[in-house]
Design a protein around this ligand. Structure first.
Ligand code: ACO
Length: 692
């Protein structure tokens, strides 16, 4: 499911992000026609990398598309709406790019610019949500060999812990002496060391113009601004001494009243015998003398950017010293140099191989939800909700309508629904109501129900009384095609919710028993648990059917099914009827669906954990990688799902019924508004009857 994406980030600002962005983009542009560049969080006003890449590589992107949140904006959003929604928004932006581009190159925020309350690098979190392989950058400037190695190992470890694929580490601005030993360190995978290149480290006149508040006296052609601003030379001595010490590319700081220096500089430049300065800054904010002004307007100064600073010379010098170098889109010399340096020290082939071998396959809860909603909104289905008096249901319905996930039908009279909605400040005008006191409807439903159940000895009057009950009424709506699916259970037990479906809708042809699954969204992947809600003690054949339906459902929601039949025994390690039941069920699945990856009996640890699987059953096609976990009975399934849900950050979506002829889903009575939204979305997707 991972998209064509690469995520890179630097440990420190100024450590070579632009260099890496250029180098990586060039490699990608050789292979992909349409590459997007995306920065999930960018310090406000620092979108120049977006501009640089867009302009240089002629990317068909506007700067808005390249950018997720500003840093302040991101902090505010997280503080107000929480991290989950923040990541959901980013996933939305990222997936939109994926739809229109062949590849997305993401540049994370420098780690030193964004700290959170939770002390985990935000880049790692975002890369996980994008399921992206990662390249890390370390600023090696003035770092010892040991410091660099330690930082690289820490990054490597953090990414491994987050189950992310670490493609490479690029150490930039490193001491030349460390290059060979760093490459030779076998504990560091794919480490590339790029030496300190003074020409890239020098700010340009344009950098100075942008980062200081100096005013430019008159415009100059842009290539004069691209010039590196060299040493800062303060014109404090006599004019001839200043000229004698002048070096090519110096930035000359000169108090505005020192007309002698300007005259001397005029003469020096005119003679062509002296080095040329990259810029002149007249300090103390004073207006220069009229003759000086005239001189500054002459042809001799045409190539020299002239600035006025309101500060004194010392303060102005400090401001220049604080200017950070950038690689700008118009600066073709610096861009060419950066690309050359990157190509020389970062091996393209190793990067390509590492990317090709990467298998980041993370599905975070937010990603799963996003995909679920996207799937549901492809075609709006009509979902009936019989619990219209419950506040959580009304709030969830509002979210569903706002997001265009499904159309909503309430089992309620319209007036009391509008009143309840108004009291809660909700606008549910787009929802429809289907009124159980509508005699015409009641009669129609009762007729159907009587026909379906009269062999059980019910009378027509009993049918009327039964279908009047909200769950029966809603189920009848689904039966007659007035709705496409039903969600209930926020105020009813599982039995009350699903019994009408069992009696009226019955099972899908070929399926003997209705059962259920949960989608359990863990931090790095979403797995399926079944049956945790319906069949108390399934036979081995029923267990096999649960497994096959669960595998099909997993695939429908984009999860590759690898089915583990769970028991307290792995292979032959335990015995007893309970284990035998699971063994027989596994055999039955193999016989009925030879194409399915299934194994059992397996203990949960062997099914889930690759390390345990390696020891206990190294040849199993499923152990350590299972995505569908089938529990031997309801006691086990229900206990495990609740234990996982309540003791970790996992999100449990379900129970999703499987095997019912039309989509009906149950809610836990403890369901939150989010749980209800999720279940409605799942029901809508089932109602579409489409596969991912
Ligand atoms: N699949 C298909 N049909 C079924 C199933 C099934 N799994 N179970 C019962 N039926 C049929 C019956 O054959 C019967 O059909 P009929 O009336 O046409 O002859 C009809 O459904 C109704 O049967 P009942 O006997 O009334 O229903 P029963 O008492 O068997 O209840 C139920 C079925 C509700 C699913 C029951 O098995 C049950 O209570 N399961 C446990 C539910 C539960 O408490 N789960 C845990 C909590 S859920 C949570 O934590 C989220």
């Amino acid at each position: 499911m991972s998209g064509p994406v690469l995520y890179f980030y630097a440990d420190k600002s100024g450590g070579g992000s632009s260099l890496a962005a250029l180098g990586l983009m060039r490699i990608l542009k050789r292979r992909f026609a349409k590459v997007a560049f995306f920065r999930p969080i960018v310090p406000e006003g620092q979108e120049h990398d977006c501009r640089l890449l867009r302009d240089y590589f002629r990317l068909a992107l506007d700067v808005f598309e390249c950018r997720g949140f500003g840093t302040k904006e991101a902090r505010h959003f997280i503080a107000v709406y929480g991290e989950n929604l923040f990541f959901e928004r980013l996933i939305e932006r990222y997936e939109t790019l994926l739809r229109s581009y062949d590849f997305v190159l993401c540049q994370g925020i420098c780690s030193d610019l964004f700290s959170r309350v939770v002390d985990n690098d935000i880049n790692i979190e975002i890369a996980r949500h994008f399921s992206a392989p990662v390249v890390t950058l370390i600023d090696g400037y003035q770092k010892s060999f040991e410091e660099i190695v330690d930082t690289a190992r820490l990054q490597q470890e953090a990414l491994r812990e987050a189950s992310l694929t670490h493609i490479a580490t690029i150490v930039n601005r490193v001491d030349e002496d460390y290059i060979v030993p760093l490459r030779a360190d076998k504990t560091l995978t794919n480490l590339f060391a790029v030496p300190y290149v003074p020409a890239l480290a020098r700010p340009s006149v344009a950098d100075m113009a942008e980062e200081t508040d100096f005013k430019m006296l008159r415009p100059v052609a842009s290539h004069y601004l691209s010039r590196a601003s060299g040493k800062v030379r303060i014109a404090a001595q006599r004019a001839e001494k200043v000229l004698r010490t002048l070096e090519e590319g110096d930035t000359l700081l000169c108090p505005a009243d020192r007309s002698d220096i300007v005259f001397a500089l005029y003469a020096a430049l005119d003679s062509g015998l002296y080095p040329s300065v990259s810029a002149v800054v007249l300090t103390d904010g004073e207006k220069a003398d009229e003759t000086v002004e005239m001189m500054l307007q002459t042809e001799v100064f045409r190539t020299i950017p002239l600035f006025v600073s309101d500060d004194d010379t010392l303060k102005s010098a400090e401001k220049i010293a604080a200017v950070r170098p950038k690689i700008r889109s118009g600066d073709s010399n610096k861009i060419a140099l950066a690309l050359g340096v990157f190509a020389e020290y970062v091996d393209e082939e190793s990067l390509r191989e590492a990317y090709a071998a990467s298998h980041t396959e993370i599905v975070t809860p937010q990603m799963f939800r996003h995909r679920l909603f996207a799937l549901a909104s492809r075609k709006r289905m009509r979902i009936v909700l019989p619990e219209a008096q419950e506040e959580r249901i009304l709030y969830a319905a509002q979210q569903i309508l706002n997001a265009g996930i499904a159309d909503i039908l309430f089992v309620s009279d319209p007036i009391s629904l509008r009143k309840r909605a108004a009291r809660l400040g909700l606008d549910l005008h787009d929802a429809r109501c289907i009124d159980p006191s509508d005699r015409r409807l009641l009669k129609r439903f009762a007729k159907h129900f009587y026909r379906l159940r009269r062999h059980k000895g019910i009378t027509y009057e009993q049918a009327i009384d039964t279908v009047r009950r909200p769950n029966y009424f809603a189920t009848m709506c689904v039966y007659t095609g007035d709705a496409d699916g039903m969600v209930s259970g926020a105020t009813h037990s599982t039995a009350e919710t699903i019994r009408p479906a069992l009696q009226i809708l019955k099972t899908v042809p070929g399926v003997k028993k209705v059962s259920s699954i949960f989608f359990i969204s863990l931090q790095t992947r979403t797995v399926v648990f079944g049956d945790c809600a319906v069949i108390p003690d399934p036979t081995s054949e029923e267990l096999a059917e649960i497994a096959i339906l669960a595998a099909e459902n997993a695939a429908r929601f984009g999860i590759e099914p690898k089915v583990a039949m769970i028991s307290y025994s792995t292979g032959d390690s335990g015995s007893g009827e309970a284990v035998e039941k699971v063994r027989r069920a596994t055999e039955s699945v193999r016989a009925r669906r030879p194409d399915l990856a299934v194994d059992g009996p397996l203990q949960f640890d062997a099914a889930f954990d690759p390390e345990v699987a390696r020891i206990k059953c190294p040849h199993s096609p499923v152990a350590g990688r299972a995505s569908v976990f089938i529990f031997p009975d309801l006691n086990t399934g229900n206990t495990v799902y609740k234990a996982v849900q309540r003791s970790s950050d996992a999100v449990a979506i379900g129970p999703v019924l499987q095997g019912v002829a039309k989509p009906v889903n149950d809610l836990s009575r403890g369901a939150t508004i989010d749980d209800i939204v999720d279940t409605i979305a799942v029901t809508a997707v089932e109602a579409q009857g489409v596969s991912v």
